[in-house]
Every structure is written in C-alpha cells, then in structure tokens.
Design a binder for this molecule. Structure first.
Ligand code: AP5
Length: 214
C-alpha cells in the first residue's frame, strides 16, 4: 500500500499511521518527525528548518523535496509507505509525481482527514509525546496511567514547541493557504478518499483500511 495522509495539523495522521505501520509493516514517513530529529541532532537541515517550524510556517519546498527524494530510496519503502505531512504544497505534489514516476510507483490513494477546526485545536493543545519512544498521548483523549510518564517505555512526556495555542492557530492558517489546495489537486486526479477523522481512533483506522482495501 502506498498512500498519502492529507489533513490539517492535529487531525490524527501520525496516530493512525503508527497503528497501520504496526499492523502491516509499512514505512511511516513523517516529514515533521524527520525534521524534528534533525533539529534535535543539530544538523544543517535542522538549523534551517527550526526557524520555520517554531513560527508555524512551512520549510521551503526545495529543502523538503531534496529530503524526500533521498528518503523514498531507502529499502523500507519497497514494501509500501504512508506519507504523513508530505506533500504540503502544490509544488511538492508535482515533485512527488515526478519522483514516483521515475521509480515506476503508483499511489493507491490520498486519504483526506476531515475534522472540525475546534477539535483540532483541542487535540493539539492537549497533545503530549514521549521524549524517548515517540508514543503520542493526549491529556483529554488518551492519558497515561501515571501523569507525565509514558505507558510504553517509562519515558518523560513533553509538549511540542509548536503546540502552543498561538502557533497552532498560525499552522491552521498556513494549512488553509498552502496545503488545502491539494484537496482539489488530488480530487481532479481521482485519487482523493475522504475520511471522518473526528471519530474514535479505531473507527478512523477501520475506515482507512476499508477505503484502501486492506
Ligand atoms: P508535522 O509534524 O507534520 O505536523 P502537522 O501536520 O502539523 O501534524 P501534527 O503532527 O501536528 O498532527 P497529526 O495529524 O499527526 O496528529 P496526531 O496524530 O499527532 O509538521 C510540523 C512542522 O514541520 C510544520 O509546521 C512545518 O514547519 C514542518 N513541515 C513538516 N512537513 C513539511 C512539509 N512537507 N513541507 C514544509 N514544511 C513541513 O494527533 C494529534 C493529537 O490528537 C494527539 O494528542 C493524539 O493523541 C490525538 N488524537 C489523534 N487521533 C485521535 C482520535 N481519533 N480521537 C481522539 N484523539 C485523537
């Protein structure tokens, strides 16, 4: 299976991708995770990306496209992948079309996570992530047994810098301006599959599985 997860920040793309990765052995390629890893390890890419990420803006297309060109060549992509957070602009989508054509790969679908704006704000401001294993939690929707401690590995939970409310609002504006045009782009190609992402996680996963025939 080769799919794109498209949708606003906080729609649950990363959460549902982690479930499907575990279930089907797909590569989960999150551009946000790759960028955050580069920020943490202080690479040149991380230094460039940080200033855009902290303000809620997008990292320039040429930087992202070069990063994804390399990532898609890695061996784990051969058994299928979920692209989470890429493409995010029309130029990125056009570049992805060219990359996939060069690799003789066809996409199975683009899953659009549809969700009301206020729910996204509640989910993002309540999101907490394990600093050690990356497991995603939420103070309202998915809490840990011991507050602040990861159920899976015992690591400490942290809040992402860009999950502060003012940055969340900016990210939503950026989504509407720069990423929402991709809905039409993929609809015109007959690739778009709409999923109600405002429901409980298990039901969202089941809807995706049904839509792509898993
Ligand atoms: P990125 O990391 O991609 O952030 P995002 O798209 O804004 O998405 P999120 O990770 O915030 O949300 P999600 O949909 O994965 O939600 P999650 O599953 O965590 O990007 C960060 C930054 O990097 C960007 O702002 C940009 O600067 C840069 N960047 C990345 N890619 C780029 C690109 N291609 N081009 C340019 N710049 C790029 O869920 C959210 C919360 O909700 C969690 O707490 C979770 O527990 C909870 N939740 C999830 N599903 C449910 C459910 N069904 N019910 C109840 N709660 C739920």
């Amino acid at each position: 299976m080769r799919v794109i997860f498209l949708g606003p920040p906080g729609a649950g793309k990363g959460t549902q991708a982690a479930v499907l990765k575990g279930r089907y052995g797909l590569a989960h390629i999150s551009t946000g995770d790759i960028l955050r890893e580069n920020v943490r390890s202080g690479t040149a890419l991380g230094k460039t990306a940080k200033k855009y990420m902290d303000s809620g803006g997008l990292v320039p297309d040429d930087v992202i496209i070069a990063m994804m060109r390399e990532r898609l060549q890695e061996p784990d992509c051969r058994s299928g992948f979920i692209l989470d957070g890429f493409p995010r602009t029309v130029p990125q989508a056009e570049a992805l079309d060219r990359l996939l054509e060069g690799m003789d790969i066809t996409l199975d679908g683009v899953i659009l996570f549809e969700i009301p704006r206020q729910l996204v704000i509640d989910r993002l401001t309540g999101r907490r992530i394990c600093g050690s294993c990356g497991e995603i939690y939420n103070v309202s929707f998915k809490s840990t047994k011991v507050p602040g401690v990861c159920d899976r590995c015992g690591g400490e939970l942290v809040q992402r810098d860009d999950d502060r409310e003012e940055v969340v609002i900016r990210r939503l504006e950026v989504y509407e301006e720069q990423t929402a045009p991709l809905v039409r782009y993929y609809e015109e190609k007959g690739r778009l599959i709409r999923v109600d992402a405002g429901r409980e996680g298990d039901r969202v996963v089941a809807a995706i599985e049904k839509a792509v025939g898993l």
